[in-house]
Design a protein around this ligand. Structure first.
Ligand code: MRU
Length: 353
């Protein structure tokens, strides 16, 4: 990971014998850091959304698995692996909709299974591998930024990019996937500004994406989610860049609720729609996104804006956390290996293997 800079944002950091998490619930009003040294507190941090965003959840869960492993008092490898797998299942069930979290935990457990080291060495290796996942995520996001910029229109010279939710430093190791493309465009003087959809009900766009942009003086305009199509019709947008929770082998993409509507609007206005995500977000065991169970959020989230109640008591609500954008609405999936047309994803991945 590039030299830690004072101003940069690192949502998850390993420090000496504990994890430091930025409390993302409190942004942008308050910047506070939570120090965690027990696996159960990582589970609470994930459930309460102190930490959120696929890759950041993957890193938090990786450190959580290590912290859990340090509490397993046995020198018997089989007993150790058994208890470690139980902790892994707990972490994976914390946000089962996040492919990056599932990938990270499965990767670490697989490393333990394939190793013949002693239990003490297995514990030490777990920490090393968790830090490797963080290091790799930084490199992956920087590569996504580069490939994403190359996949964007060459004109106008300075682009206005529309984003939804937060796929930035706060959702990753510090550089961002779709916001990594924005960062790269800004660094290469190819960005006029970002238009960030607020992203109801948790407002990751207006709270987190805007906060990141303000930290780095990247010009940003906040709109409500209902304004996206109007902005496109008015020619205010040159392309849409989003992240992904999970991608099927055919390119169908599961992401924050509202992403599908954006893709429809982008196609109606002939605008490029880029999905930025590490290749580990692609679940090749999932043929398409059809008929997927979508996790539901709390109804109260829909009826509140912060502490303000916004609808009559006991009114019926519906709060799907994600939706599925069909591959044919996606211009390209931008991974660390390049920008790929959804239809080429499977063959592309075989070539990478
Ligand atoms: O509910 P959140 O805030 O964790 O949702 C975040 C997303 O939906 C992101 O698109 C996804 O996790 C990718 S982040 C690089």
């Amino acid at each position: 990971m590039a030299q830690l800079s004072e101003t940069h944002v690192y949502p998850v950091l390993w420090h000496e014998d504990h994890v430091l998490l930025i409390d993302q619930r409190k942004l942008p009003k308050e910047y506070s850091v939570v120090s965690i040294s027990r696996c159960e507190d990582i589970l609470t941090a994930i459930a309460s959304r102190i930490v959120r965003g696929g890759p950041a959840l993957g890193m938090a869960a990786a450190y959580g698995l290590y912290l859990g492993a340090t509490t397993i008092q046995t020198n018997d490898r089989t007993a150790f692996l058994e208890r470690l797998e139980a902790i892994a299942e707990q972490l994976k069930s914390a946000r089962p909709d996040k492919a990056n979290l599932l990938w990270s935990v499965d990767y670490l457990v697989k490393q333990v299974r394939q190793s013949s080291a002693s239990v003490d060495d297995l514990k030490a290796d777990l920490l090393k591998n968790a830090q490797k996942i963080q290091q790799q995520d930084w490199e992956i996001c920087v590569a996504i930024g580069k490939h994403g910029l190359a996949a964007l229109p060459q004109t106008p010279a300075k682009l206005t990019l529309y984003t939804h939710c937060n796929h930035g430093a706060l959702a990753t190791s510090g550089f961002g996937t779709s916001l990594g493309i924005v960062r790269t465009a800004w660094q290469e003087s190819r960005l006029a500004k970002v238009i960030a959809g607020e992203t109801r009900p948790w407002l990751q766009g207006s709270r987190l994406t805007a906060w990141e942009c303000v930290q780095e003086q990247i010009p940003v305009t906040i709109v409500t989610d209902s304004m996206a199509a109007h902005c496109m019709k008015r020619g205010m947008v040159d392309a849409v860049v989003v992240g992904a929770d999970r991608i099927a082998a055919n390119g169908d993409t599961v992401n924050k609720i509202g992403t599908y509507a954006l893709a429809i609007a982008a196609q109606a206005h002939n605008l490029p729609f880029l999905v930025a995500a590490p290749l580990s977000t692609v679940d090749f065991g999932l043929a398409t996104g059809d008929g997927l169970d979508i996790a539901q959020g709390k109804g109260t989230d829909v009826c509140h804006l912060g502490d303000t109640v916004t609808c009559p008591a006991d009114v019926d609500t519906y709060n799907p956390l994600a939706d599925v954008t069909p591959a044919d609405l996606i211009t390209a999936i931008v991974t660390e290996h390049g920008a790929i047309a959804p239809a080429e994803l499977a063959t592309f991945a075989q070539r990478q293997a």
